[in-house]
Design a protein around this ligand. Structure first.
Ligand SMILES: Cc1cc2nc3c(=O)[nH]c(=O)nc-3n(C[C@H](O)[C@H](O)[C@H](O)COP(=O)(O)OP(=O)(O)OC[C@H]3O[C@@H](n4cnc5c(N)ncnc54)[C@H](O)[C@@H]3O)c2cc1C
Length: 413
């Protein structure tokens, strides 16, 4: 073959083609590889170094790592730990969750850059001969065989590829191209905010407050050791208005809300240092078509509230492998009922989590972002939780472990 000329429609065949190497796709790839299932994971980027990826590894995911025998190596990857979640409403500091009260085996959230998390899974998965992760390979559409999805069309630097698979799993996130190609209907729930994501340098001074809320403003500051990772919430669709006021006005708004950022805000030199993240909350009515399953954000886009999306995606992957790995490994056909069993298993936890996120978005964040003057009154629910430490364990359990946590039951080849 002429190396300089792209080849056309190289055919590949596999048992399972996973589209997207985010938390859902990399965890599913790992679990299927571990079960000896011939699996290809497609990731359109050349590496995992994105500007933004959720960085919170919750106790539910740490438990999965433990069950896979990976936890000791995983905790050697540099990370910061968070146990107590405190918010400041004006000058009032309230504790809204305390993971040390949950009784879980790993009672903390590990803040780890997501590229480290995904690289870890990729490196550990290299020992499985049946798992192939194809970077810089973008899925462009589905292959249909009558009513059934029979695989994926993709392209890489060498041209088009046709990957035929018994099962295709869409893990390609909120902007999934697979779900519209399969004609799956999305139920939009919506969110009142978008997020401006930026880094500010860190001085020796530190503070364990997570969210700071003033009338009309809200910021979350994550202590990342050498810098602050900041998420500044704005009313949905107001990015242009915020920009029109100028960078100086933005920086001074940030510092007035979080004085701890004063020394480091100079790192935000231009609007190029600030990334707009549009927040979406939605879900598919049906996660499946014959031969196709959607999981993670491709099935249900999660809000940043609670920092749970990565962990829900991992839980989806664990449930998918628990239900389907043995069937895929044995060479059997994956039926629509098998696929529907994954949706049945995961839909309730996902709906409960989205309900919590929508409650916080609508009752707290919407109110916080309403322009106003004068001191902000902390929400009643936050005051009650702060006053009753037992409740801080309950909220923490919901965030840290979620509803109906998954445990690894998929086979190991
Ligand atoms: C502003 C904001 C902040 C958030 N903060 C947090 C947080 O702190 N903690 C948390 O747990 N969650 C957070 N979330 C939610 C979290 O980011 C998602 O729920 C989670 O990333 C979903 O994982 P996933 O694997 O399903 O999808 P994704 O993480 O979106 O991964 C999809 C992958 O598929 C790849 N891909 C896409 N299309 C193709 C294609 N055609 N071919 C091949 N590859 C493709 C992408 O490159 C990507 O690697 C946040 C969300 C938002 C919007």
């Amino acid at each position: 073959m002429d190396a300089a000329r792209p080849s056309e429609n190289r055919p590949i065949s596999t048992r399972c083609c996973v589209v997207g190497g985010g938390p859902a796709g990399m965890m599913l790839g790992y679990l299927l590889g571990r079960a000896g299932v011939d699996t290809i994971v497609l990731e359109k980027h050349a590496d995992f170094f994105r500007d933004f990826r959720g960085d919170t590894v919750h106790p539910s995911t740490l438990q999965v790592m433990d069950e896979l025998g990976l936890i000791d190596d995983f905790l050697k990857v540099p990370h910061d730990k968070l146990q107590k979640l405190d918010n400041c409403y004006g000058r009032t500091r309230l504790r809204v969750a305390d993971i040390s009260r949950t009784g879980v085996k790993y009672p903390f959230i590990a803040f780890m850059p997501q590229w480290d998390f995904l690289n870890f899974l990729r490196d550990k998965g290299r020992r499985f001969p049946s798992l192939k992760v194809m970077m810089s390979t973008e899925a462009t559409g589905l292959i249909h065989d009558g009513d059934r999805v029979a695989g994926v069309r993709a392209r890489d630097a060498n041209g088009a590829i046709e990957i035929r698979a018994e099962l295709t799993v869409a893990c390609d996130g909120r902007h999934s191209i697979i779900r519209p190609s399969a004609g799956l209907k999305i139920e939009e729930i919506g969110a009142p905010m978008d997020v401006l994501w930026f880094r500010a340098g860190k001085s020796a001074e530190t503070e364990s407050v997570l969210a700071r809320v003033e009338a009309g403003k809200m910021i979350v500051t994550l202590d990342r050791g050498t810098y602050w990772q900041c998420a500044y919430a704005i009313t949905k669709g107001q990015y242009d208005a915020v920009r029109a006021k100028g960078l100086e006005s933005f920086r001074s708004d940030v510092v007035s809300l979080a004085p701890i950022l004063k020394p480091g805000i100079a790192d935000v030199k231009s609007w190029d240092d600030i990334k707009l993240l549009t927040v979406a909350v939605n879900r598919l009515k049906r996660w499946t078509r014959p031969g196709l399953l959607c999981i993670g954000d491709a099935a249900h886009a999660m809000s940043p509230v609670g920092g749970v999306g990565v962990n829900i995606a991992v839980q989806d992957a664990v449930a998918t492998a628990n239900i389907l790995a043995a069937r895929l490994a044995s060479g059997g056909t994956v039926s629509e009922d098998d696929l529907a069993a994954v949706q049945r298993r995961r839909e309730f936890p996902m709906r409960m989590t989205q309900a919590m996120q929508v409650f916080v978005q609508n009752s707290m964040i919407r109110a916080a972002l309403k322009p106003g003057s004068g001191p902000l009154k902390p929400p009643l629910v936050a005051r009650i939780i702060n006053a009753v430490p037992w409740l801080q364990g309950l909220t923490a359990k919901f965030i840290a472990v979620g509803v109906r946590p998954e445990h690894v039951h998929s086979p190991e080849a």
